[in-house]
Design a protein around this ligand. Structure first.
Ligand code: V55
Ligand code: FE
Length: 481
């Protein structure tokens, strides 16, 4: 490689590209890893094969790398492979970066015009017997769940019309149906959004389209047993700007936030739009319908947290802006006409919300999420936002009671995954990758979910640094084998 990676935080320190594909049999484990934990934890990581062609870009453009921790009988085996996208293949062939800015094909090298530039780096989802690597600006790539080998683009056998598929799908565990959507569904900076359902067998059984009030970075959505919820925050795209070689996303605080809610098994024609002033959110913890009310729980903030979006928007958050984030519940009264809804405070600001699979779409009591707590240590750079999270929290949703854990070492933590227990009444486990800033190595920490404040019950040591994942998911051995 004849060029080096930029010196910006996206490519330096703990964020320095790894580009390592490897297998490690039987990780070194301290503590007591329960033998009942049986399955595979998949996680996707942006890890650029080459430096960005223009000399700068965002962490979010990194080529998809998938890793798998296979838990079996108190042991963990590790595997990591690139998602072999058309983009990686083209760059490997040319032995250099060929792509320009994040989600702007007009900035690419002419030699790759028209090729699929999706990096499939955001979420691994296992459904219908297929392991998919997802990224919201393109179609899924299917991988072999055992070897992690890339099979190719997956579009439901040619049936999916949407050009995009969100990285945040919602599984109804009772029916096996996977709910998902795609924004910019008919092309770059279009207002079309697809709303789709794939059945237990992984066949597309529903695809309807609707339009949002403006093009928005719709990173996640939520589904209850009765409703589908589409929040639209004012981080917006403009085709003219993109064609002129500009950035894809700019925050526009003059635009309102909209929330579209429709009967989930009905039609998009029944979408009801709610509205409030500008704000930002990326991930929803859970949502459920209670009579005429729809509840949506999540971490809200004033602006999108990514520095590359803030810079392009000329936004300089004040300390007060930074403190204004919190975990909230939005409650929508579906029996009332009009655009208004209620907001309730639940907990201090944070992201990476996770809950037990059994709790999705239903009234629930416990949520897990991560925060940056200045009392737990100074900010340490890891991941796409800059400073990583340092505190893992368990929130009792009804009472607001919070249990938290942080390391006594300089550690940032990657997104936690919830692992169910087969023991009746047991709340299950949480696993996460910890970034050890003192040794530049990574550990896997496993907690009892109910007692996460007591610290990890088992720690698996990796002999290398793992770049920050975006998201991960747990797949039980029964589902896989
Ligand atoms: C996010 C992540 C992305 C992306 C857009 O976490 C938004 C939010 C990993 O890629 O492309
Ligand atoms: Fe996400």
């Amino acid at each position: 490689m004849t060029t080096k990676f930029p010196d910006t935080f996206d490519y330096a320190g703990f964020n320095a590209p790894m580009r390592v594909e490897c297998d490690i049999y039987d990780l070194v484990i301290e503590g007591n890893l329960p033998k009942e934990i049986d399955g595979v934890w998949y996680r996707t990581v942006p890890d650029p094969q080459y430096p960005p062609m223009l000399g700068h870009d965002t962490y979010l453009s990194g080529d998809g790398m998938i890793s798998a921790f296979k838990f079996e009988d108190g042991h963990i085996d590790f595997k990591m492979r690139y998602v072999m996208t058309d983009r990686v293949k083209a760059e490997r062939k040319a032995r250099r970066g060929l792509f320009g800015l994040y989600r702007n094909p007009y900035t690419d090298d002419p030699s790759v015009r028209g090729i699929n530039r999706c990096v499939n780096n955001t979420t691994p989802v296992f459904h219908g017997g297929r392991l998919l690597a997802l990224k919201e600006d393109g179609l899924a790539v299917e991988l072999d769940p055992h070897t992690l080998e890339t099979k190719g683009v997956f579009n439901y056998g040619g049936k999916l019309r949407s050009q995009t598929m969100t990285a945040h799908t919602r599984l109804d565990e009772d029916s096996g149906d996977l709910y998902f959507f795609g924004y910019e569904a008919s092309g770059l900076a279009t207002r079309d959004v697809s709303y789709c359902v794939a059945n237990r067998e992984g066949q597309l059984v529903k695809e309807e389209w609707f339009q949002v009030p403006y093009v928005s970075l719709m990173h996640d959505f939520a589904v209850t047993k009765e409703h589908a919820i589409f929040p639209v925050f004012p981080t917006t795209a403009d085709l003219g700007r993109i064609k002129a070689g500009g950035v894809h996303w700019v925050c526009d605080p003059d635009l309102d936030t909209y929330v579209g809610i429709m009967p989930r098994d009905g039609g998009v024609k029944d979408m009801h739009w709610f509205r409030r002033p500008a704000c930002s959110a990326f991930h929803f913890m859970n949502a459920y319908t209670e009579g005429k009310f729809v509840h949506l729980d999540f971490g809200v903030s004033k602006f999108a947290p990514f520095p590359f979006i803030q810079e392009a928007s000329h936004i300089h958050p004040t300390p007060e802006d930074m403190r204004s984030g919190r975990v909230v519940r939005w409650t929508f009264d579906m029996s009332k006409p009009g655009e208004k809804f209620e907001e309730y405070n639940l907990a201090p600001a944070g992201d990476f919300p996770r809950i037990a699979m059994d709790d999705h779409m239903k009234d629930y009591s416990i949520g897990y999420y991560e925060r940056f707590d200045p009392e737990a240590g100074p900010p340490l750079v890891a991941g796409p936002v800059g400073a990583g999270f340092n505190t893992l929290s368990r929130l009792e949703v009804k009472s607001g009671k919070l249990k938290s854990w942080h390391s006594n070492r300089p550690v940032t933590i990657q997104e936690e995954v919830h692992i169910p227990s087969k023991i009746p009444g047991h709340e299950g486990y949480l696993a996460l990758v910890a970034d050890l800033h003192d040794t530049q190595l990574s550990d896997v920490l496993v907690f009892e979910a109910e007692h996460l404040d007591k610290g990890p019950i088992a720690t698996a040591h990796l002999p290398l640094r793992l770049r920050n994942q975006v998201h991960g998911n747990w797949v039980t051995a029964e589902e896989l084998f």
